[in-house]
Design a protein around this ligand. Structure first.
Ligand SMILES: C[S@@+](CC[C@H](N)C(=O)[O-])C[C@H]1O[C@@H](n2cnc3c(N)ncnc32)[C@H](O)[C@@H]1O
Length: 207
C-alpha cells in the first residue's frame, strides 16, 4: 500500500496511526522492524474488540455484494477470500493484543497526540484520513497532518486518497495548496496496491 520498497525500513522508527485491528505492525515487528500502533480502540477490553471485529467484518462483507464493481478483485479474488483474509488478520491481532507479544500499542489519537517532536522517522496512516471526509472535516485533516509532521522527522505517508463515495477526496487539493502546511515536499505517489478502484495513490509528505 505504501510503496516502501526504497526505504531501508530496518533503520526506521515507524508510527502506524489509526492501526486498528490490522496485523501489519505485529507481523513487521516479528520480522525485526520497529512499528508502534496507535489507536483509541486499544483502551477497549479484548472481548469487546473481538466481538466488534466479527460484527464489523460480517457487516462489511454483506454490504460489499451490492458494490462489487467499485473494487479491483485482484489481491482478493472474491468476497469469500477477502472475508477469510481479514478474519485471519484480526485473529492475529486479537491473539497478539492478548499477550502484547510483538505489537507495541499506544492510545494517542489525531488531531493531537502526546508524542514529542520527531518521535518517529516515518508515520503511516491508512484507511482513516481522506476516507472519512464526510465525517471528519477539513480542519481535522489539516490539524492531523500538521501534528503528523510535528512528530515525524522524515516522511508521512497517507493511503488511500479516495473517500467512502469512491471519489478522490476534495481535501487533497486543499492540503496541497494550504500555506500553513510546511514540508520539504508534498507529492502524490502511485501505490502498486489497488482495492477500491482509483484508490492507488499515496500522499507522501517529506518533512
Ligand atoms: C478503517 S479503520 C483502519 C484500520 C487500519 N489502519 C487498516 O487499514 O486496517 C480506521 C481506524 O482509525 C481509528 N481512528 C478513528 N478516529 C481516530 C483518530 N482520531 N485518531 C486515531 N485513530 C482513529 C479507528 O478506531 C479505526 O481503528
Amino acid at each position: 500500500m505504501f510503496n516502501l520498497f526504497e526505504i531501508d525500513l530496518e533503520k526506521e522508527k515507524i508510527l502506524d496511526m489509526g492501526a486498528g485491528v490490522s496485523s501489519f505492525g505485529i507481523e513487521a515487528n516479528k520480522m525485526g522492524f520497529n512499528i508502534i500502533n496507535s489507536d483509541k480502540i486499544y483502551n477497549f477490553d479484548i472481548k469487546t474488540l473481538e466481538d466488534k471485529c466479527k460484527a464489523d467484518l460480517s457487516l462489511i462483507c454483506s454490504k460489499l455484494e451490492n458494490v462489487k464493481d467499485k473494487y479491483v478483485w485482484k489481491f482478493f479474488s472474491n468476497i469469500k477470500e477477502l472475508k477469510n483474509y481479514h478474519k485471519k488478520t484480526y485473529e492475529i491481532f486479537i491473539n497478539d493484543f492478548n499477550h502484547h507479544e510483538y505489537g507495541k500499542y499506544v492510545t494517542e489519537t489525531l488531531p493531537q497526540t502526546g508524542f514529542k517532536d520527531n518521535t518517529f522517522s516515518i508515520s503511516l496512516v491508512f484507511h482513516l484520513l481522506f476516507m472519512y471526509n464526510s465525517h471528519l472535516d477539513y480542519e481535522f485533516h489539516k490539524q492531523s497532518i500538521l501534528e503528523l509532521i510535528r512528530i515525524t522527522s522524515k516522511e508521512v505517508r497517507i493511503f488511500p486518497l479516495v473517500n467512502l463515495e469512491y471519489k478522490k477526496s476534495s481535501f487533497i487539493e486543499k492540503i496541497l495548496s494550504d500555506n500553513d502546511i510546511k514540508a520539504k515536499e508534498i507529492i502524490i505517489e502511485k501505490s502498486p496496491y489497488e482495492f477500491v478502484k482509483g484508490g492507488n495513490e499515496i500522499l507522501a509528505i517529506k518533512v
